[in-house]
Design a protein around this ligand. Structure first.
Ligand code: PMT
Length: 395
């Protein structure tokens, strides 16, 4: 269940082309169970009509400070009153300037001034407007006033230029808003993780690999980042977007994964091995593509280093968390792996459950015994693992 379920979010939309993305953001918020109330500036309503937001949010859309539909004519007070947060996305350069000055000459600016709830803005503008000293000054002012700023990102802009100023994509805004409400159980901690499979080359076009979509590892990386940790995710080849505020180091083979982990490890308090690392690699990878023939092809394999065991055996070992995917006898095999690798915590799951799908059923094994978590989407399972991890770190 998303932390946004049941939260009342006021979404302000000011007049920029990124307003069209706000419609998708409303859809994501509503899908997560949030109660979304949209307030459009005059400019925002020129880009996307209130009807669109009304249909998506299922709530009345507000644009006018003098709207007589609000019984007491105090939309600027009533809308913010029970809100959990106000998010303005997109926030134009003009809107930021008006916010910095405390202007109250339309519904959205008045609502922001009259609030006693958190205010978050997602800037969106042309790169020169973003870089302009007045905009940067205004950002400094609103940050000092306690406003949270999400983004912007760099990339192609609607004006044809390339640079800083793009509004974050709706999925990333959603993820960051979720993170805003997640308790910061891992604040101040650095977490290094592995996820996905490894790929061990036989020749330039062939190789051996394990089955892993990366979903469990990426969900856990997201949950750690949302809980306030600095996260380095060393990832085998997967096709998933990198979670917000996570530094991803893409690798292919187990040897590359090991090197990237050792490189990222200094300063880490936690290491989590979610990756399905190939236990063996071809003794030698052919430089050129092997030609097909009728003869049997024999590939000699050599063991890969065990990254988790190596990290856990270090004198300065961080708190190490292992994963085990088993096809049977989960308790015995998982607990065996935990003891062999001397891990304070291991997450066991069944291959039939955990690999590839969106949901997972896991059992956590630590020195006090086994702790099953209910079957749930991997995002939720990850939150459960983070909560348990934080308890053990605290202890
Ligand atoms: O990616 P998904 O599709 O969401 O699937 C998730 C998952 C099933 C892959 C994941 O939840 C999981 O269980 N990962 C561990 C898979 C496994 O059984 O690994 P293992 O038993 O080979 O290794 C045990 C532990 O040692 C793991 O933490 C592994 O990352 C680590 N290891 C193993 C071998 C090796 N050479 N180096 C390692 O670090």
């Amino acid at each position: 269940m998303s932390v946004l379920k049941g939260r009342r979010i006021v979404l302000g939309v000011s007049g920029g082309i990124a307003a069209y993305k706000a419609a998708e953001l409303v859809r994501l918020l509503v899908k997560a169970g949030a109660d979304v109330h949209v307030v459009l500036s005059e400019g925002g309503a020129r880009f996307v009509t209130p009807v669109t937001f009304q249909a998506l949010s299922g709530n009345t859309v507000w644009t006018d400070l003098w709207d007589a539909r609000m019984p007491n004519n105090m939309a600027h007070i009533d809308l913010g009153r029970d809100a959990d947060a106000i998010l303005v996305a997109p926030a134009t350069a003009d809107f930021l300037a008006r916010l910095a000055q405390g202007r109250a000459d339309d519904l959205l600016s008045t609502l922001c001034l009259a609030r006693d709830v958190p205010l978050i803005v997602a800037p969106a503008m042309n790169r020169q407007m973003w870089e302009a000293p007045p905009t940067q000054r205004n950002l400094g002012l609103i940050r000092a006033d306690g406003v949270t700023v999400f983004g912007p990102a760099a990339g192609d802009q609607a004006c044809g230029e390339v640079g800083m100023g793009r509004m974050l994509e709706p999925e990333e805004l959603f993820e960051r808003l979720e993170g805003f409400f997640v308790p910061k159980l891992l604040a101040g901690r650095k977490v290094v993780m592995t996820a996905g499979p490894t790929f061990e080359a036989i020749d330039p076009v062939r190789g051996i690999t394990n089955i892993s979509s990366g979903k469990m590892g990426y969900a856990l990386a997201r949950a750690c980042a949302q809980a306030g940790a600095e996260v380095v995710l060393v990832s085998g080849p997967v096709s998933l977007p990198v979670p917000a505020d996570v530094r991803c180091v893409p690798v292919a083979s187990a040897l590359q994964m090991r090197a990237a982990v050792l490189d990222a490890l200094p300063g880490a308090q936690v290491f989590i091995g979610v990756a399905a690392v190939a236990d063996y690699r071809p003794l030698e990878a052919a430089e050129h593509k092997l030609k097909k023939s009728a003869a049997t092809l024999t590939v000699s394999l050599t063991p890969n280093p065990d990254i988790l065991a190596e990290v856990a055996a270090r004198e300065d070992a961080p708190f190490c968390v292992g994963f085990a995917a088993e096809s049977r006898d989960l308790d015995a095999y998982a607990e065996g792996k935990r003891r062999n690798k001397r891990l304070p915590l291991l997450v066991g799951n069944l291959v039939s459950d955990g690999m590839g799908g969106d949901d997972n059923t896991v059992i956590l094994y630590d020195d006090t015994g086994r702790h099953p978590l209910p079957r749930a989407p991997k995002a939720e399972v990850a939150q459960g693992i983070v909560a348990h991890l934080a308890r053990l770190l605290g202890a």
